[in-house]
Design a protein around this ligand. Structure first.
Ligand code: FAD
Length: 402
């Protein structure tokens, strides 16, 4: 049972925890675990194999309704699953299919669309990416300009999406497109599913601060998209998109992985390996560690409240903005603590050394690898999914009524 101050698991929940631990012991390949623990990239195939193993066990649709193949887990079970996954150094589930477009399809899609798309999403047969942001439409997303013009039983799509995470892996993209220029700009937006193999779709890399390819630009040039790929009604895309964003923000908080990183840091501080300074004696540093632990604990209970609401069928509300802000702030606090632990080792940043096949000298502390790329890469978390400043605006309006 989960209550505000304490967590006591029931017998069944403890049995479930054993089952989850056994799953990770048996199904998570050692090389994947090693890569995740050491900040190395896993391949598309590794990621898909992991998600397929979850599916085979019936655990892919964590938040999905049972009728579409969801787990039917209680909030306590979800809590257990995500914490054990982080402890086992399992990859995070890529959200675009399973946690982002799926809720839109099962909530607003037609029967035909549900049957066509949901089974392949659940089985991770198809990789999805998210086409919301554009070069001039990020925070002001409703200003998006990618146009979809009706031509018989097709839309002709023209425009550019940007920051498309893992778009180079994707088979399909879910897009917000402009189908009308009249009225409020939100009312001219529609939600369209586009096969990335359609002629006229081009994907170009954007290399991020950590030297890796994670995001892309996606160009659409006279791309013909069947009308049956429109979700719900034309002009209602904004409403559907907002539902999706609350799911996205709840995921970004990353409470369980932060707990894992902080407890690993604690172990390092308690038994500093050779080469690491004794920061345990540094009270200013330790005060920051404790502050991160306290904030994370408070965040964990907020997340439990949201998980519990989602279990009863509700979409997460403005609490998802609170989770996003605090969760990402704590992630960046932890990144900074690791930088200090690594000391001067964090400075010579050689991105290539973290890639498969690198055979040069590795410059990093053996006790805390991946510190610099993690720090650089994680600058993104306060930006994507809607920046933290925008989340504060949402809280001001939706929670404080300002
Ligand atoms: C690594 C990464 C991955 C991403 N992945 C995806 C993806 O897969 N799909 C996708 O569609 N998008 C993705 N995004 C895009 C992301 O959602 C946008 O970057 C984000 O919404 C901010 O938009 P922008 O970059 O245009 O910044 P801008 O909107 O130009 O904002 C610039 C600055 O101004 C501030 N600001 C703007 N408006 C206001 C306001 N009204 N009040 C207060 N402050 C304001 C912002 O907070 C920010 O600090 C990704 C971004 C990153 C960095």
């Amino acid at each position: 049972m989960v209550n505000e101050m304490n967590i006591d698991f029931t017998e069944q929940e403890l049995a479930f925890r054993e089952e989850v631990r056994a799953f990770f012991r048996e199904e998570l390949p050692e090389q994947v675990r090693y890569k995740i623990d050491n900040g190395l990239r896993i391949s598309r195939d590794d990621q898909v194999a992991y998600q397929k193993a979850l599916h085979a066990k019936g655990w892919a649709g964590v938040n999905w309704p049972v009728e579409y193949g969801g787990t039917g887990w209680s909030s306590a079970q979800k809590y257990i699953f995500f914490n054990e996954a982080a402890e086992a150094a399992a990859p995070r589930i890529i959200p675009f299919g399973l946690s982002m477009v799926a809720p839109v399809i099962y909530t607003f899609g037609s029967e035909e669309q549900k049957q066509r798309f949901l089974p392949d999403i659940l089985a991770s047969n198809v990789w999805w990416c998210q086409g919301y942001s554009e070069p001039n439409a990020g925070s002001d997303l409703a200003g998006l300009k990618t146009k979809a013009v009706r031509d018989g039983d097709h839309y002709i799509v023209n425009g550019t999406k940007t920051w498309t995470t893992l778009g180079h892996y994707a088979d399909w993209i879910f897009c917000l497109v402009r189908t009308s220029d009249t009225g409020r700009k939100q009312e001219g937006i529609s939600f369209l599913l586009i096969d990335m193999k359609t002629p006229g779709v081009t994907v170009k890399p954007i290399i991020t601060l950590d030297g890796r390819r994670e995001v892309n630009e996606v160009f659409f040039e006279d791309v013909r998209v069947p009308v049956e790929n429109l979700i719900g009604e034309e002009g209602k895309g904004w409403t559907y998109a907002k539902v999706l964003l609350t799911h996205e923000r709840t995921n970004i908080a990353g409470v369980a992985p932060s707990k894992h990183r902080l407890s690993t840091l604690r172990k390092l501080l308690d038994n500093p390996p050779a080469g690491m300074g004794n920061l345990r004696q540094n009270s200013l540093f330790m005060a920051r560690v404790i502050q991160a632990e306290v904030e994370l604990k408070a965040l964990e209970f907020t997340e439990l409240r949201v998980l519990s609401a989602v279990s009863t069928g509700k979409a997460p509300g403005p609490e998802s903005s609170i989770l996003k802000i605090k969760g990402t702030e704590v992630q960046q606090m932890i990144d900074e603590l690791y930088l200090e632990v690594a000391g001067y080792y964090a400075l010579p940043f050689v991105p290539g050394q973290y890639e498969d096949g690198y055979d040069g000298v590795r410059i990093e502390p053996h006790f805390a690898p991946d510190v610099a790329p993690h720090y650089y890469n994680n600058r993104k978390v306060t930006i994507y999914g809607g920046t933290n400043e925008i989340q504060k605006n949402i809280i001001a309006k939706a929670v404080l009524g300002l």
